[in-house]
Design a protein around this ligand. Sequence first.
Ligand SMILES: *Cc1c(COP(=O)(O)O)cnc(C)c1O
Length: 405
Amino acid sequence: MTLAEHPAVPADHLLGVYSRAPLAFERGRGARLYTAEGEAYLDCLAGIATTGLGHAHPKLVKALEDQAEKLWHVSNIFRIPGQEALAGRLTASTFADVVFFTNSGTEAVECALKMARKFHWANGNPERIDVIGFEGAFHGRSYAAVHAAGNPHYTEGFGPALPGYVQLPFGDMEALDAAVGPTTAAIIIEPVQGEGGARAVPETCLTQLRKLCDERGVLLIYDEIQCGMGRTGKLFAHEWAPDATPDIMCVAKALGGGFPVGACLATAHAAAGMTVGSHGSTYGGNPLAMAVGIAAFDEISRPETLQHVRDLAGFFTQGLKGLQDRYPDVIADIRGKGLLIGVKLIPNNREFMALARDQHLLVAGGGDNCVRLLPPLVMTTEEASEALAKLEQACEAVRAKAAAT
Ligand SMILES: *Cc1c(COP(=O)(O)O)cnc(C)c1O
């Protein structure tokens, strides 16, 4: 479309960057969303893996309400006890020693990339600036994040490419071995790709990556913004792989259960270059975000929650494989890890999403013609059965449509 063809002002006055479903919700509870007219939808996308504990979880609502009456914001020029409490929890359960809190995943990625370059600069290796990323990755929408992921749809038209970013094919360990050199600062990877279509990096690859980074003096950054916080049935997805901890890790989405918060976790070693004044944020880690973050962390990190995720993931996968057997003309592949499930389709994934919506089932899109199932971690088995039945109806609708044309 040329500029002249554009409507001068869209009716909703919103920048036209989203392809939105024609639906609005008024309230939610657990895995259900309700329109203003009271129509219920089963939520199998959880705000893109963000409302991990479902909608209006009583413990999160209480934490937010209690904090809202006490204190909203003070600035990071003061100690914020909630940050110390959540950082304590995050470091006690991971490889990390220190945490920087942000408002979003993108900002956590931005912090990780800056930290990696600063590490080498502070160590007397300022030539180490290159960040290696992988095809199909998504790391957010800032300049650095779009170049780290390298998806041309997100970089095209936005000016010259940032220097120091390298893209490699997904899972190509040979290409990686050849690409890592004396100017490499870091490798950034999602242990399970989200937007790219629920593709899990094989556990042996993560272990190999860790080894390669150690041998070559390169920092390993995990983007666990989507696959972390219980989504795969472990607190973080890389825990499935032996000896594969990163130096730096980005977390967000389910960390705040729907309240905007992100975090960049690091070892003391990797964070050594980040001295006073080198980074900061106005809102990052403010008391409201921390109150909700602590409540969400305590709920998600419970062994019972993580066990439930593993059980429910098994139930979904088995049901979906059954569907694939019955509808080989609709479903091409089932993949992903835990409750980050990709269903690769034969018909167009956007059309399938609309047919699922007709059944009052909400699923997310994804790369490689997938739809992603990202149910809340607390979805019940009964709700999961209902989701599978609705998916079957959607498969039937695909057939009916094909027969009619
Ligand atoms: C959503 C997402 C981001 C970006 O997070 P925002 O909060 O939208 O900035 C980055 N990486 C991954 C893997 C994501 O899923």
